[in-house]
Design a protein around this ligand. Structure first.
Ligand SMILES: CC(C)(COP(=O)(O)OP(=O)(O)OC[C@H]1O[C@@H](n2cnc3c(N)ncnc32)[C@H](O)[C@@H]1OP(=O)(O)O)[C@@H](O)C(=O)NCCC(=O)NCCS
Length: 137
């Protein structure tokens, strides 16, 4: 996965970036921007995503890193909108989206990569426009 992230960053100049702890510079996960699969019902889009090592949850680090990523996405890349999505039961991820000021779409969607009937198939979608982000920053 790291090799794939490296390749996409080399190609586009942006992607899922490594997150390092400010204490000691340890690699603790990734947060960044990605163009997801075209089969998603809201494609084309750019998503913000994250994954941190379990021992670094509950410290505000994902939200801190994600705020920096939004700044790059809206100010540097001039994206009109950034989306994020996760399984409806992923409360921690959804709380990060809300802390970033993202707005939940009324309708959920079925993730095409997850088999029908699987408990993780139903996903919630959140969106943030550059206009809204600019207003609140
Ligand atoms: C999603 C994920 C990154 C969220 O991590 P997280 O630690 O809950 O999120 P944050 O880094 O924003 O931390 C927020 C928590 O830290 C707490 N916190 C503690 N100290 C804090 C501080 N100094 N500043 C801010 N928040 C602090 C907050 O109160 C909050 O806790 P709460 O949710 O219990 O209220 C993490 O759960 C993860 O990596 N999951 C696996 C991968 C995944 O599901 N990715 C999404 C797939 S689509």
């Amino acid at each position: 996965m790291a090799a794939r992230c490296h390749a996409l960053i080399a190609e586009r100049g942006w992607g899922f970036w490594a997150v390092e702890s400010k204490v000691g510079g340890t690699f603790i996960g990734f947060v960044g921007l990605h163009i997801p699969r075209a089969e998603l019902p809201f494609f084309p889009c750019v998503e913000i995503g994250w994954r941190l090592a379990l021992t670094h949850w509950g410290k505000g680090l994902a939200t801190e890193a994600a705020k920096g990523v939004l700044r790059v996405g809206f100010q540097t890349l001039r994206l009109e909108e950034i989306v994020s999505f996760t399984a409806v039961g992923n409360t921690r991820s959804r709380k990060v989206m809300l802390r970033l000021g993202m707005v939940e779409d009324k309708a959920t969607f079925e993730h095409p990569d997850i088999p029908s009937g699987h408990p993780l198939r139903e996903h919630a979608l959140y969106r943030l426009s550059r206009r809204k982000w600019t207003e609140k920053t």
